[in-house]
Design a protein around this ligand. Structure first.
Ligand code: BG6
Length: 509
């Protein structure tokens, strides 16, 4: 049995806006060195931090699931000390708002320190109003009295983005301000372009933060680090050695009360065009030609621009049994809760290498994993050099729920014959960091650091890839919950050894 090699700590903060960071080297010794990639100040100059947060959609699902726990964590670490103004149309008393915060922290399983909750609530005020009513923005302005550089967070349905951004501009609330826009940014190429135009007519590009919380996840940040902090990868990271790449984002639950949102989105818009494409970009991008995050943005956009626009034959859409009975879902809905696709990147590095993506709800497990399948040796010196199932050596990146990297190589079995087995060298993260993605991203936006956000070029190029199949596609096929999706998806990978089933979780020894 090959020995597993365990590395217990990866650098915790690899794209920090700070100029230096702490990390552990592979032996666990503490090291301190300069951050070589993220140097936002190089590009835009240091800017003062935001002195208030306005959260549109504060009574919504996102606030409940992610934003309040992030705010709590920030208050508990002392990184949030400015007023937080929640805005929504519901008429809530202060007590009801406070109950929502408590409910959110309970739901997130956040260990609660009453003193921290007290501090968070003392920062929080609430404005109730319709986004179409200019009076709502006058009330926000009054609530912001005494502050000079607010950040407006649009945690609202994308159909309301334009109204809110335009009203912020009209009310003079865009001056010296930043804006964070939730995903999906637009619902197709034309709407993303229009939204960019509107946002840029009120805010400079460096003050627009297009959020994709996957970019704030430790395991995803580590993809970039792993690729460019190691020299051994570069010679094999291309079409000569890589046979195919698979990425899966599976969830073992349904739309969980978000039927109304899902009916407007579907899996392709909800997680593929953004979360999965961001993972593809980090894996496929060219080395940035210079330091500074602007270069990383440019290279990532280059990947989307090199992606071949999808055709209907590249896509299988599925819908889990029971989806049509979910609240706010049409009884004859054709919206996909599962999506499998084949993608090509027509670049020098990746020409001819298929990228297979799968995402779905109601699947067998909640997990996210990448499999980079390497080609077998060119000659079958041993009978099992090229395994019958087509699976030769691989890299496997576990992104959720735990974070690890495995390299599978063949190792000889003890005995006379030259036969062996594939074993994994396993690099295991013993924690996923103590910063929640939304905590990290909110904190970054407040200091004007756009490193972990998407830029206009990338968002539009990613929409251009999916645009041809947004409307022109086959009907969603049914699948049972608790499975890996519809069998129809198997045809996509049939020529490449089939779909990779995410490996069971391994414990970090
Ligand atoms: C969100 C999607 O962006 O990402 C959800 O809207 C999805 O549908 C979620 O469940 C997955 O993110 P995470 O961080 O919970 O894995």
């Amino acid at each position: 049995m090959a020995r597993a090699i365990i590395c217990r700590s990866w650098p915790r903060r690899i794209l920090a806006p700070r100029s230096t960071l702490h990390c552990h080297n592979e032996c666990g010794h503490h090291a301190r060195h300069n951050n070589v990639i993220a140097q936002p100040q190089d590009e835009h100059g240091a800017e003062p931090p935001s002195d208030a947060i306005v959260i549109f959609g504060v009574t919504g699902d996102l606030a409940r699931r992610k934003i309040f726990p992030a705010l709590y964590a920030m208050v508990s670490k002392g990184t949030l000390q400015v007023p937080v103004i929640g805005v929504a149309s519901s008429k809530l008393t202060v007590t009801q708002l406070h109950e929502r915060v408590a409910d959110s922290l309970n739901h997130a399983g956040t260990a609660r320190d009453p003193a921290v909750v007290e501090r968070l609530l003392s920062l929080l005020t609430y404005v109730s109003g319709n986004y179409n009513d200019p009076a709502t923005f006058s009330t926000i302005k009054a609530a912001l009295a005494g502050t000079r550089r607010p950040v407006h967070y649009l945690a609202i349905p994308q159909s309301a983005f334009e109204t809110v951004i335009t009203s912020l501009g009209a009310a003079g609330l865009a001056e010296n301000a930043r804006v964070i826009v939730e995903k999906p940014f637009g619902r197709d190429l034309a709407s993303a372009r229009e939204l960019n135009r509107i946002a840029q007519s009120h805010f400079p590009e460096r003050s627009i933060f297009r959020i994709d919380h996957y970019l704030g996840k430790e395991a995803i940040m580590n993809l970039l680090y792993f690729r460019f902090a190691n020299s051994f990868l570069e010679p094999i990271w291309n079409r000569n050695f890589v046979a195919s790449v698979q990425i899966i984002l599976a969830e073992n639950f349904g739309v969980a009360g978000r039927g109304a949102f899902y009916e407007t989105a579907g899996a392709l818009r909800d997680v593929v065009q953004n979360h999965l494409f961001q993972i593809v970009a980090l894996l496929a991008m060219e080395p940035p030609p210079r330091r500074g995050y602007g270069a990383v943005h440019g290279e990532k956009a280059g990947v989307f621009q090199a992606m071949r626009p999808l055709v209907p034959e590249d896509l299988v859409r599925g819908q889990y049994a029971g989806y049509r009975n979910e609240p706010d879902v049409a009884p004859d809905s054709d919206v996909e809760t599962f999506c499998a696709l084949r993608l090509f990147i027509d670049s020098w590095r990746w020409a001819g290498v298929p990228w297979y993506l799968r995402a779905g709800k109601g699947l067998a497990q909640t997990t996210a994993e990448v499999l980079v399948q390497l080609k077998p040796p060119p000659q079958a010196l041993f009978a099992d050099s090229a395994p019958a199932d087509g699976r030769a050596n691989h890299f496997r990146f576990r992104l959720a729920p735990t974070s690890s990297i495995a390299l599978a190589a063949r190792v000889k079995r003890g005995g006379k014959g030259f036969v062996g087995d594939q074993r994994e060298l396993y690099l295991c993260e013993d924690g996923v960091g103590d910063e929640l993605p939304y905590e990290r991203l909110l904190g970054d936006a407040m200091v004007g650091d756009g490193a972990l956000f998407s830029d206009q070029q990338a968002v539009e190029a990613a929409w251009a890839v999916v645009e041809p199949v947004l409307v022109n596609h086959s009907p969603a096929v049914g699948y049972e919950q608790g499975t890996w999706g519809p069998h129809e998806a198997d045809a996509l990978t049939a020529g490449d050894g089939g779909w990779h089933q995410p490996a069971p979780e391994k414990d970090c020894p």
